[in-house]
Design a protein around this ligand. Structure first.
Ligand code: GTP
Ligand code: MG
Length: 460
């Protein structure tokens, strides 16, 4: 898989000023010469007129050549910059494929350039993922987070932790051969304090990377409730545009509508849903079924009430059903809408008791929306400040960190009393080390690696 040279269109589809075709392989001098008619100078922009096999001009292009290992992938990399049209980029790619055919040139799989960069040790896995996050970033905050990961801030913290665990492991394992001396030796070496320090550092990383996960994945926010309470009106207010149809007719929304917005730089995926009620209308029934699907997927469900109606009888039923449907980490927030029509908001309080208190808003006038946005970020767990900044992180990373934490807790529980306990202690440290190694990709099964890179775009 690692042998053949690869090529792909690296610029996005559609029309633009410039289109870029990229190739990577262990030796692309032959291809460069075939294109240029001369030896390329590395990191120099060569101008050439590219012709097809029948000597028909395809385009005027710039050729850039990066000699291994000083390139993105660590192999020879060749870039052709042509005009950015979908046909012209395709023809340039075809020509590269033709001229590269003798060397076994093949079309790149999604993420294959990044995969090669990873396999050649140019970047670690967290950095490869950060490149994908950087490309997909929709807000300045997500972009900043992706850049911090790409610069290696996250990897560095994980590597430091692995180093500390390794040192402690070496210390403990070296005493295993000398049972008489071990206890005093371990005590003198402050093994317990060192493990405590490791656990503290890990806790800190859990805190920042859970923030980083919010920064990357965003918050899935479902607007839910009976018909006519103002769900679509709230969607429009949050988006700042008329995206959903609003009418006084109950049952206006049938298809769910998804809009991506950002609140204070955090990506929020807002979903307007069909109002929940019994209906004989087939279309509406399908809409309501979709609403339940969205409730199951949401991180936060806004249960919207029409505050002028007072607590409706069927509302408690809806709430119970929503509670049963949401996933374990999700939050439900009561939102009292149409505040502008109320004489005294207190009269409309729900007495929800225990859970987070309801928020009063008017989707029509915008009153209370700021507070609603703050509550949403707060419920999602966003704190928004960390020394040195917040790097983007993924569920994959968090799962591994939590597993490592469990092993460290077990290690602590085994303690340092006697040879057997020490052996178990060292074994748990080893497991924690492996879990953390998966994050940067030092220890990762091939199938998982393939899965991670297959989610990248082509040409990256
Ligand atoms: N005065 C006032 N009217 C509102 C407010 N929010 C919504 N409305 C009105 O309430 C009616 C229903 O609003 P929608 O946003 O369509 O309600 P919905 O919950 O999406 O309704 P369905 O799609 O039928 O489930 C419309 O006439 C809105 O103008 C509000 O904050 N204040
Ligand atoms: Mg609606």
């Amino acid at each position: 898989m690692h042998k053949n040279p690869i090529a792909a269109i690296a610029s996005p589809r559609g029309a633009g000023g410039v289109g870029i075709i990229r190739a990577s392989g262990s030796d692309l001098i032959g291809l460069a010469k075939a294109l240029l008619g001369a030896e390329p100078k590395p990191r120099y922009a060569h101008y050439l007129v590219l012709k097809d096999a029948h000597q028909q001009q395809i385009d005027q292009v710039l050729l850039l050549f990066f000699r291994a290992p000083a390139s993105f992938t660590g192999e020879d990399v060749l870039e052709l910059h042509c005009h950015g049209g979908s046909r012209v980029t395709q023809l340039v790619l075809n020509r590269v494929m033709e001229l590269g055919a003798p060397d076994g040139m093949k079309l790149a799989e999604p993420g294959e350039f990044s995969l090669r960069a990873f396999l050649n040790g140019k970047i670690d896995l967290v950095q490869a993922e950060a490149i994908a996050d950087l490309i997909n970033a929709q807000s300045d905050a997500s972009l900043r987070g992706a850049n911090l990961s790409l610069q290696g801030l996250f990897s560095e913290q994980i590597n430091q932790l692995i180093d500390q665990i390794t040192q402690l492991r070496i210390l403990v394992e070296s005493t295993l051969d000398f049972p008489e001396e071990e206890i005093e030796f371990i005590e003198a070496a402050n093994a317990k304090q060192r493990l405590e320090k490791i656990m503290n550092d890990l806790e800190q990383i859990i805190k920042i990377s859970s923030q980083g996960k919010i920064l990357r994945d965003g918050i899935r926010l479902a607007l839910v409730g009976p018909p006519n309470v103002g769900k679509s009106s709230l969607l429009n207010t949050l988006v700042g545009e008329e995206r959903a149809i609003v009418t006084p007719i109950a049952g206006t929304t049938r298809d769910r509508i998804i809009e991506n917005i950002s609140i204070d730089g955090i990506p929020v995926h807002v979903i307007d849903t069909a109002g929940i009620r019994e209906s004989n209308d087939v279309v509406e029934q399908i809409g309501v079924a979709q609403t339940w699907d969205e409730i199951a997927k949401a991180d936060i469900v806004l249960l919207i009430h029409d505050a002028t109606q007072g607590p409706e009888t069927n509302f408690a039923d809806i709430k119970t059903m929503v509670r049963e449907r949401v996933h374990s980490g999700a939050h439900i927030l009561d939102v009292m809408n149409k505040l502008d029509l109320l004489e005294s908001p207190q009269a409309a309080c729900l007495n929800t008791g225990g859970e987070s208190k309801e928020v009063f808003i008017s989707a029509k006038t915008g009153e209370g929306i700021k507070q609603l946005q703050e509550t949403i970020l707060h419920l999602a767990g966003w704190e928004g400040n960390a020394e040195g900044g917040i790097y983007t992180a993924r569920s994959r990373h968090l799962r591994a960190i939590v597993l490592a934490k469990e092993h460290l807790q077990k290690a602590m529980a085994h303690g340092f009393g006697g040879n057997r306990a020490l052996e178990l202690f060292a074994e748990e440290l080893h497991c924690a080390q492996n879990d953390l190694g998966e994050i940067t990709g030092k220890l990762l099964p091939d199938d998982l690696l393939g899965k991670i890179f297959s989610e990248f775009c082509i040409g990256k």
